[in-house]
Structures are given as C-alpha cells and as structure tokens.
Design a protein around this ligand. Structure first.
Ligand code: ADP
Ligand code: MG
Length: 586
C-alpha cells in the first residue's frame, strides 16, 4: 500500500508488549475480556456522542459486539459498531505514546501472573493483552461521522513497531483480528470462546453475538436476551437471521444487572458485576442496591472496594460512578453524583427522570441530580456505619485504605459532618499499638469522671505524637489523648469537628494545660508556689528569649522532661502551625 507508514512504540509500551507475550500466559483468556470491554466502551461512547451530534444517528443498526473465529486461518475476530477511531486517535490511543496508567502498571507488577493479569484492566493497558495469544494483531477501524475512505488499518507483531495504512471501510466501528500464536488452537473453538465470554463478560449490557453453528447448546437465544434488555437499544429486537446466511446467538445475558430485582441476584452476581465495572479482582468490601420511587425515580448499585486504586490521590483521579439514564450509559461522574471524599465508591446510578441528552452542565443545575446525590451520600454513609457496627474487622480494613479520604468530608460536607465524625477512627494513648481503631464514641464512653473535653495531639507523624512530652501529664493522670499524624487531620480538628457529642476538642499542646474538671488542687498550688519561688529565674529567661518566646512559665504538664515548647493559646496549635508551614497551606 502506498501510504503505509511505520511507527515505533515508546519504550514503556514495548516493555508492556513484551510482558504480555512472555509473562502473562497462565491467564491468557483475559484478552477476550479486555477487547470486549473496549468494544462496549466504544458503543457507549457513540451512544453518548449521538445526543449532541444527531447526524451520527443515521446509521440505525442494532448495537452489538461480535466474536468470530476461523479455524483454518487461525484467527479470532472481535468487532463492534461503536464509535471507531480516526487515524490520529489510533496513534494516540494504542500507538506510540504510553498512557498515564502505563508507568504505574509497570511499577505495580508483582511477578505473580495471576495478580499481574488482574492489573491490566485497572491501568488502561487492556488492548495490549491481545498479544498474550496473538503473534500479529490487525485492527481496522473507521470513526463514526467520517467517510468510508477514512478507514485506518493498524498492524503489529508487538515487537516494537506497528504500521498504519488507509483503507476503505463502509461501516463505522472497529474490527480486531488476532492471528494466534502456534499452539493456541484450543481457542479456535466456539464452545471455549463462549465459556470465556460468559465467565468474564456476562455483565456487558450489550449483546455479544457469535455465529450459531457452534453457538447453539446452552446459549440463550437472541430473542431472550433482547427481551431482557428491555428495549434500551434503538433498533432492538432479534437479529434478522432470515436475511443473513449465518444465524447469530447472543451468548451473554445482555441485561443491566441493576435493573433486576434484588431477590433474583446472588452475592456472586454482585461480585462478578463489581469485577466487571472496577477491574478489581478482589471482592468489594460492601455494596448497596436500592431502587427509589417517589418524586424522583432512580436505581443505584454502589460498591466500596476492598483496596484503594492506584490513582486515589491523583488530583484528577476518576470518580467511580457511572450515570445512566433509562439504562443507557451517559457519562462518568466528575463530582456531580458523588462528592470527592467518596470518590472511591464504584457503581451505577440510573435515573428515570433525566433527559437522554443530558449534559454535564445540565447536571450541575438539576434538582433531580441534587436529590440523587444527597440520597446516594446518605446511603453510602449508612452502609459504612452498618459495616462499622456489624463487621469491625472489615471496617478497620476500609479505614486503612480510605480513612484519609473520608476525613476530607469533614471539611467538605457540612451537612453530613456529624455522620462522618462518627465514622472517624483514631490512634490513641489508650492502646499500645498505632492502629487507628478508636472512635469518638469509644473515647467519650471512656472519659473520666469530671472530664469534659476530648484531648488530642497533632504532630507531623504518629511516632512524633506518641513520643511527645505534652503527653506526660495526661499519661500520669490516666487521661486518654487522641494522636493525630496525618496531613488531613488539621482539617478534622481545627474548627471542623470542634465538638462531638457536646464535648469540645482540645489540643494538649496548646496554652496552659487545661484539665477541665480534672484539675488537681494540690498540683495547682504547687505550681503557683514554684512560680513565686522561681520568679527571678523566669524573669531572666523571659528577657533572654524576648522576641522569641511569648511567655515562660512553670508547668505541671511535665513529669520527666525538663522543659517543652507550647503554642500560645491565642494563636494556633503548634503542631498545626508547623504542618501548615510544611504543606504550604495558608
Ligand atoms: P482503556 O480501555 O482502559 O482505555 P485499553 O488499552 O483497553 O485501555 O484501550 C486503549 C484505548 O484504545 C481506549 O481508551 C480507546 O480509546 C481505544 N480503543 C480500544 N479499543 C477500541 C475500540 N474497539 N473502539 C474504539 N476505540 C478503542
Ligand atoms: Mg480497555
């Protein structure tokens, strides 16, 4: 071909390709899951783009993903009638440039084939898994809205280079032909392929079809699947087997899981679906499935993962909730449905009230969305509360992974501050470990007779906190102190949770030690006597430290250390001031 052009993969991509070919063999079936998931994303994207570009709606055929194989040629073909790609998009998405997740993926690898294979989808390198089984991959695609002459063919043997050429392609969408490596004949079998699809891709809500010749048997019929889908598609109905030579069978269930009644769904169904939407192979820690009817009608299926995704702390990290309108995927949440401090929640919200052509801008001013958001937040917080009450072990695991994120909610979500405060867990002088397992409730329940404050110590690290001389007097008196050593803890204690259950929070490193109702008269007297006795010394020290120290005092707060620096009560917590300087906060 005249315009054939050769490109070189970037080093990281080449490294991934090499890994696919040589190290992930024991989980080779995953290629099908990844390519089907891309096909499904491509159709979702087209459906969405059509709302704003009605000209794309012309081609009204039924959305579907096809999986085919050819024993003689040694190929498996996966095709979709989704959005397709332009030449530039091919280069950008699967070509030279490594995507943002690529480097993280390489870092996250463990060497264990099973867990490494599970990482592929999470880091957005799924397409390359084709090279686990294929020695050559040919992808032909044409973007919706472009001319038939704007088709592109991408070919690669996964060894560092790929070629691009222009081709004529009348139908939009993407076709991927895998030329299998020698010895992969076991995959050239309809029954085997169908089993893999049902295992990994049953929850794709679009029909995945295969030729019926070897698709018969246990497969569901096309009409069944179309009925289950409930007409979410434009064309709908069964494939016109009469018009084509080869009849097709839908091999997956092709229905949106969240639309099915809870009573029909098992724990395994939920776990499988979670794996499908999250690419996380560990089961979720907790989930909720609720159908709400009333002024607004919506369904939510939300999951709390058992471990944090790699991008949890990246500024632009993805939110995990997908908005659907009447089962049609509309967009990924960017904060309209779940606040940032719940960004770890994964799942689906399906509204019956929003228009199908809803845009991000419309979401911001929609009453229905406000309502859904507030109800989703309440439900998630309630789910966490139940988890804490009924399964403290699981809740501890949750707190370890996501506690620091949830804490942001204390500052960000005034309305739910109290609910969030109940979910907080702290390290405290009560226990000998540094585990954060003390709730404010626990603390209040253990408060001493006459104690009216919740004491805390803020320090740059937990180790610094627990070694602080500020604790000496509190230890001696047997008063529990919460130890805070995380950057977000500033926000938790200063002004945000100034009070819990009617008790004020009080820093032990600030001002004159304030033992509230626990003040010991004898101690107080001794300190006053000492102050008088050492007045001359205190005067000298004050003069020497003029301009550096606000005051020099005799204290009863220490038992073994000779002296300590204390923040002025009028200013701000010393630990906080230090941290703020370090973190560049105002
Ligand atoms: P991810 O799906 O997580 O983005 P992949 O490696 O699986 O990562 O795919 C990379 C990108 O290639 C996709 O984001 C998409 O832009 C593009 N792509 C892959 N397969 C298709 C397809 N069948 N149709 C359109 N675009 C596709
Ligand atoms: Mg993918």
């Amino acid at each position: 071909q005249a315009d054939e052009e050769t490109f070189t993969f970037q080093a990281e991509v080449a490294q991934i390709l090499d890994l696919m070919a040589h190290s992930l063999y024991s989980n080779k079936e995953i290629f099908l899951r990844e390519l089907i998931s891309n096909a499904s994303d491509a159709i979702d994207r087209l459906r969405f783009e059509r709302f704003s570009r009605p000209e794309l709606a012309d081609e009204g055929e039924r959305f579907q993903i096809r999986v085919d194989h050819d024993k003689d040629a040694g190929t498996i073909t996966i095709s979709d009638n989704g959005i397709g790609m332009s030449r530039d998009e091919v280069i950008e998405n699967i070509g030279t440039i490594a995507k943002s997740g690529t480097a993280e993926f390489l870092k996250a690898l463990t060497g264990d084939q099973r867990s490494d294979a599970a990482l592929i989808g999470q880091f957005g390198v799924g397409f390359y898994s084709a090279f686990v089984v294929a020695e050559r991959v040919v992808l032909t695609t044409r973007r919706a809205g472009l001319d038939a002459g704007d088709g592109v063919r991408w070919t690669s043997d996964g060894k560092g280079e790929y070629t691009l050429e222009s081709v004529e392609r009348p139908e939009r969408g993407t076709t991927i032909v895998l030329h299998l490596r020698e010895g992969e004949d076991d995959l050239l079998n309809g029954y085997r392929l169908r089993t893999i699809i049902q295992r990994y891709s049953d929850h794709i809500s679009l029909p995945i079809v295969m030729p019926s010749e070897d698709g018969g048997g246990a497969a569901k019929t096309d009409a069944d699947a179309a009925g289950a889908e409930g007409g979410a598609d434009d064309a709908g109905g069964a494939a016109d087997a009469g018009g084509t030579a080869v009849a097709e069978t839908t091999v997956n269930r092709a229905s949106a899981l969240w639309t099915r009644p809870k009573s029909e769904l098992s724990e395994t169904d939920y776990h499988d679906y979670y794996r499908h939407i999250s690419n996380d192979f560990a089961p979720p820690l907790a989930y909720l499935h609720a159908k709400v009817e009333g002024r607004y009608e919506y369904t939510m299926l939300l999951f709390v993962p058992s471990s944090a995704p790699y991008d949890l702390w990246i500024q632009q990290s993805r939110h995990g909730v997908k908005l659907h309108v009447q089962r049609v995927f509309i967009l990924e949440d960017t904060g309209q449905l779940m606040p940032r401090y719940l960004r770890f929640v994964r799942g689906v919200i399906d509204s019956a009230d929003l228009p199908l052509n809803v845009s991000r801008e419309m979401l911001q001013s929609s009453r229905a969305v406000d309502h859904i958001r507030s109800s989703a937040v309440k439900k998630v917080l309630r789910l966490l509360k139940d988890l804490a009450a009924n399964d403290p072990g699981k809740y501890a695991a949750f707190w370890k992974e996501f506690g620091a994120v949830l804490k942001e909610g204390i500052a960000d979500d005034y309305d739910h501050r109290e609910d969030i405060a109940e979910l907080l867990r702290f390290t405290s002088t009560h226990s000998s470990t540094q585990d954060a397992d003390v709730s404010l409730h626990d603390y209040v329940d253990r408060m001493k007779e006459g104690q009216d404050k919740i004491y805390y110590l803020l320090a740059p690290t937990l180790a610094a906190a627990s070694a602080s001389p500020h604790l000496e007097a509190f230890r001696k008196k047997g008063i529990e102190v919460l130890l805070l050593g995380e950057a977000v803890d500033n926000w938790v204690v200063t002004g945000l949770v100034q009070e819990f259950g009617g008790k004020r929070l009080q820093s032990v490193a600030q001002g004159v030690p304030d033992f509230g109702g626990l003040e010991d008269d004898a101690e107080k007297e001794a300190a006053e006597k000492a102050t008088a006795e050492y007045a001359a010394l205190l005067g000298k020290l004050k003069a020497i430290l003029a301009g550096q120290a606000y005051d020099v005092r005799v204290t009863s707060r220490l038992t073994t250390s000779p002296a300590c620096i204390v923040a002025n009560e009028a200013v701000t917590d010393f630990g906080l001031a230090q941290r703020m300087r370090g973190s560049g906060l105002p």
